[in-house]
Design a protein around this ligand. Structure first.
Ligand code: X8Z
Ligand code: ZN
Length: 601
């Protein structure tokens, strides 16, 4: 598709239209319109990204105000573009132009109402919610120092003291309460914006980005959940047995949901921190993680990021530009408030890509930087696409790129880069390794599914503010089999203790990614000619896998994601069969191990 820009004078006349004596000006073609608004939006987006990056890496009232203003300007342009685009409704259009117009309406996660006051308020609320999350702290009584999320998360990960865990969990969750009123107002305004764009509510807009009707997409998500639910139930059963052993049946009763603060993670979304001392199936077998060597060899953040880069370059991706190294934030600064939640930024100027992370030398953060570079390489790969197609095939693809690479970060690969010692293969080592993976990949699935179950219903008005917290815990109980460790009420607002709620980032993307990444991994391993079991495959350095992967990334959002998926994997459906195959040895082990236990909740 070409995106020609009409001369401005011609455009002004076209807009005047009507019956005067002026010579008739041909109306702007749809393709020309797409070209013009793309250029305008691109400029507004650049400004928005700059203001956003500064405000998230330096939280002050000033940067918050500047971010709100830039966002407001972007939302204004987008609103104007979408309403102008309505004149092309029902007209015959070429496929690329029709797709660009469809995507125009989806180019936002919180659209604003046209009313300038409401728009300004929405932008202000969005910035305030972000800042409150980023600067959130728990200040214990008795003059002990306040703790931020990283510090509280470390307690959740390493302490095995029930009361200490409870204090850290409650300390952080109480930060959510201060965001409740803002969030209620934010939802009302963003919904109004979504309705003005022609959607029933914001949740419907979010679900419109999947190249199928939103209802069909709902059914797809449910089908996928049903595919993986038994795997989660098996892992939950094993984990609870171990936790009951550790904390006693009065604290962790069999047959009941697990208290949410005992799983090693603030949101109980991944459980890997329990692996070494509580969940490793064969305590004697030697499966190390990279923690010890990262510290011993003094890996700093740059070295971790360079290591990730070298994986991508081994697949034929280019080296990252110097500006990436100069402008990214790699560690938590000591002298200012920032949002440490990791993310990657496409600043909108060719080559200007960045990450914002707070790396520490540990295994988890090594995976994080490999994940974030997946986003960065996607940005760089689709840069040649027209503005409205510079995006993932769908948002699950964007999340799955770095994780696909991480599936190739096998123990053998880690040994090769000197971060673990080579392990002699054994049944025990395999089950241990699979358990470690499952505590991230399988434990996450219900969490990935439920966040937007909650939000879609909030946006639809089915969950009113006076039931925000109660319905949150109903879903957490139903999907994850966990329960709050303390009585919670509507004075609390626990959803806001999770970054993506105040930041308003859609979440089903991660659920999709956790399934898709196994499909991608399998396809790349096949392309590489690998013939062993999936869990042994690493495509590090394989040119053919690299070629296929790069081709997928380069197509961005220019075609329906089903086409992109088919090109890589030969199928048009997201499907958990590859995940199930990958974990076959562990699933069989769990089946036997759980026999005779009281599973479920
Ligand atoms: O937010 C993230 C990434 C940034 S896109 C670090 N993730 C989700 C989370 O932390 O909740 C990755 C896994 C799920
Ligand atoms: Zn991500």
């Amino acid at each position: 598709m070409t995106l020609p820009r009409p001369p401005l004078a011609a455009l002004a006349l076209a807009l005047l239209g009507g019956c005067g004596a002026r010579p008739a000006v041909p109306p702007e073609s749809a393709a020309a319109f797409v070209g013009r608004v793309s250029t305008e939006l691109e400029a507004a987006n650049r400004e928005n990204q700059s203001a956003g990056f500064v405000s998230e890496t330096y939280i002050t009232p000033d940067t918050q105000a500047l971010a709100a203003q830039a966002n407001e300007r972007y939302l204004t342009r987008l609103g104007a573009a979408v309403s102008a685009s309505k004149r092309y409704a029902g007209q015959p259009l070429d496929a690329a132009t029709a797709r660009a117009l469809m995507r125009l309406r989806l180019n936002v996660s919180a659209p604003a109402p046209a009313d300038p006051q409401k728009r300004a308020r929405l932008a202000e609320l969005a910035a305030a919610l972000d800042a409150k999350y980023g600067a959130g702290k728990y200040c214990p009584a008795g003059g002990r120092p306040c703790l931020n999320l990283d510090e509280l998360s470390k307690i959740l990960a390493s302490s095995r003291n029930y009361r200490e865990l409870l204090e850290a969990w409650k300390g952080w969750h109480d930060v959510g309460a201060s965001m409740r009123a803002d969030y209620v107002e934010f939802v009302a305004l963003a919904n109004e914006g979504a309705r003005e764009l022609g959607f029933r509510d914001l949740g419907v807009l979010w679900r419109a980005g999947y190249d199928m009707p939103p209802e069909q997409f709902d059914r797809e998500a449910e089908r996928l959940w049903q595919q993986v639910k038994p795997h989660y139930a098996a892992l939950h059963c094993y984990t609870r047995v171990q936790l009951t052993r550790k904390y006693g049946p009065d604290k962790v009763p069999p047959g009941q949901p697990i208290p949410a603060h005992l799983l090693g993670n603030m949101w109980a979304q991944s459980w890997g921190k329990l692996y070494p001392d509580l969940l490793k199936p064969y305590p004697q077998a030697k499966v190390e993680n990279a923690d010890a060597q990262l510290v011993r060899q003094h890996w700093d953040a740059t070295r971790m990021a360079r290591s990730a880069e070298s994986f991508y370059t081994s697949l034929g991706f280019p080296q990252l530009p110097p500006s990436f190294w100069e402008r990214s934030m790699f560690t938590r600064p000591r002298d200012r408030e920032v949002i440490c939640h990791p993310n990657a930024w496409d600043m909108g100027t060719p080559g200007d890509v960045r990450v914002k992370v707070c790396l520490e030398p540990n295994d988890e953060d090594l995976y994080t930087i490999y994940h974030e570079l997946g986003h960065v390489y996607y940005f760089l790969s689709y840069q040649a696409q027209p503005y409205l197609f510079r995006d993932g095939a769908n948002d699950g693809f964007h999340e799955a790129i770095g994780d696909t690479v991480n599936l190739s970060v096998t123990p053998q690969y880690l040994a090769r880069i000197g971060l673990v010692s080579a392990v002699a293969p054994s049944r025990e080592a395999l089950i241990d390794q699979q358990m470690k993976m499952a505590l991230d990949k399988i434990a996450f699935l219900p969490f990935g599914r439920l966040i937007d179950q909650w939000r879609w219903r909030v946006f639809a008005g089915d969950i009113p503010p006076e039931r925000y917290n109660a319905s949150w815990w109903e879903l957490r109980r139903r999907y994850q089999g966990i329960a709050p460790p303390l009585p919670r009420s509507e004075a609390d607002f626990d959803p806001a203790a999770k970054f993506h709620i105040p930041d308003n980032t859609p979440y089903l993307r991660y659920f999709l990614s956790y399934i898709l990444q196994f499909q991608f991994h399998k396809a790349l391993c096949e392309a590489a000619g690998f013939e062993g079991p999936l869990y042994e495959c690493s495509v590090f350095g394989n040119p053919e896998a690299g070629r296929r992967f790069r081709a997928m990334l380069a197509s961005g959002a220019a075609q329906p994601w089903q086409d992109t998926l088919q090109q890589l994997t030969g199928t048009r459906q997201i499907d958990a069969t590859a995940l199930t195959q990958y974990f076959q040895p562990l699933l069989e082990w769990l089946r036997q191990k759980n026999q005779g236990e009281q599973c479920g909740w």
